[in-house]
Ligand binder design. Structure first.
Ligand SMILES: C[S@@+](CC[C@H](N)C(=O)[O-])C[C@H]1O[C@@H](n2cnc3c(N)ncnc32)[C@H](O)[C@@H]1O
Length: 301
């Protein structure tokens, strides 16, 4: 939510410049514009219209309903129209409102980090299943971005020692801010994969690395256009970072430790093969809620 605006004072002078409409009418118009431009369903468009209005006016969504009959003053209308214009121009809603929910918590989002995706909750859940409450283990999140996985791990498993690593100092700054806001205690490290960790070993390494093929046309579409390239693309097949992670992870896992990697829906076979060739055992791929390959893991025996 943005800064709350002062009470709307509707004046006849404003009325001469901008046709007066109510908040409910603006929400209806915004919903139609969003549905048309982004080909959203009415439900998706309604959610986004309310999110934009909530942000622009600095008020919770329930407030929008209670004040729907109010006529918009010039200041309110300008704020609402400016937020809608950004969204219609393609900017991701999470970057406009500055926040995205992940595993029940709000994470700050800027253009420096990947917007947390619901499917990444599967990676977190796999780790939470592997290390139940009370587990006193060292865990590492490589490519932490907003910190959504590492911070959720630290909050769900407070006995674990969690390290969050990223090559991007700007992403790490956002992750550290999120950790402070959410009251999570964990360590942040900047660097290229395992380089800054020396000989440290972990019971578990989790990662949602960049895994999109460099020439994938999706990179030039939708929200991806606004997210950091470093978080998205990785070589011709999208597997460069995954290959490097799998090659080096055994030097940073304790015996019996697990490597858990999110990847693309069409990369399960390749990632399982890479894990097996490197000597991991109990290698398997898990599916997301859509039934697609999403996560592969293996144990370093
Ligand atoms: C797909 S994003 C994942 C962000 C976050 N973990 C999530 O799931 O929302 C990948 C992250 O890996 C980082 N990254 C890319 N290459 C890296 C490297 N060689 N070493 C460390 N981090 C890297 C990027 O900066 C980005 O934050």
């Amino acid at each position: 939510m943005g800064r709350a605006v002062s009470a709307c004072k509707y004046t006849p002078r404003t009325a001469a410049l901008i046709p007066a409409i109510t908040l409910t009418a603006w929400l209806g118009d915004a919903q139609h514009a969003l549905a048309r431009v982004h080909v959203f369903s009415p439900a998706e468009a309604r959610i986004e219209a309310h999110a934009l209005a909530s942000y622009a006016l600095g008020q919770p969504r329930v407030w929008l309903v209670a004040h729907g009959d109010e006529t918009l003053c010039a200041e309110w209308q300008q704020r609402l129209d400016a937020a809608l214009a950004r969204r219609l121009a393609g900017e991701p809603i999470a970057q406009i409102v500055g926040v995205r929910e992940f595993y029940g918590r709000d994470f700050k989002v800027t253009a420096a980090v990947l917007i947390p995706r619901p499917e990444t909750e599967h990676l977190l859940e796999a780790a939470l299943t592997q290390w139940p409450a009370g587990a006193r283990v060292a865990l590492l999140d490589v490519g932490t971005g907003s910190g959504c996985v590492a911070i959720s791990l630290a909050l769900e498993r407070p006995e674990a020692e969690v390290t969050a690593l990223d090559i991007s100092p700007d992403a790490l700054a956002v992750a550290q801010e999120n950790a402070r806001a959410l009251g999570a205690a964990l360590r942040f490290v900047e660097g290229d994969l395992f380089a800054p960790l020396g000989g440290q070993r972990f019971a578990g390494i989790v990662s949602n690395p960049p895994y999109i093929a460099a020439a994938d046309p999706h990179l030039a579409q939708g929200d991806l256009r606004f997210e950091p390239a470093l978080a998205l693309a990785s070589g011709v097949e999208g597997l460069d970072t995954i290959r490097r992670l799998i090659a080096a992870a055994p030097d940073h896992l304790v015996s019996g430790g697990w490597l858990m990697l999110e990847h693309g829906y069409n990369q399960g076979t390749a990632v399982r093969a890479l894990l097996t060739q490197r000597g991991f055992v109990q290698v398997e791929t898990q599916h997301d809620l859509a039934g697609l390959d999403r996560l592969s893991l293996g144990r370093w025996a």
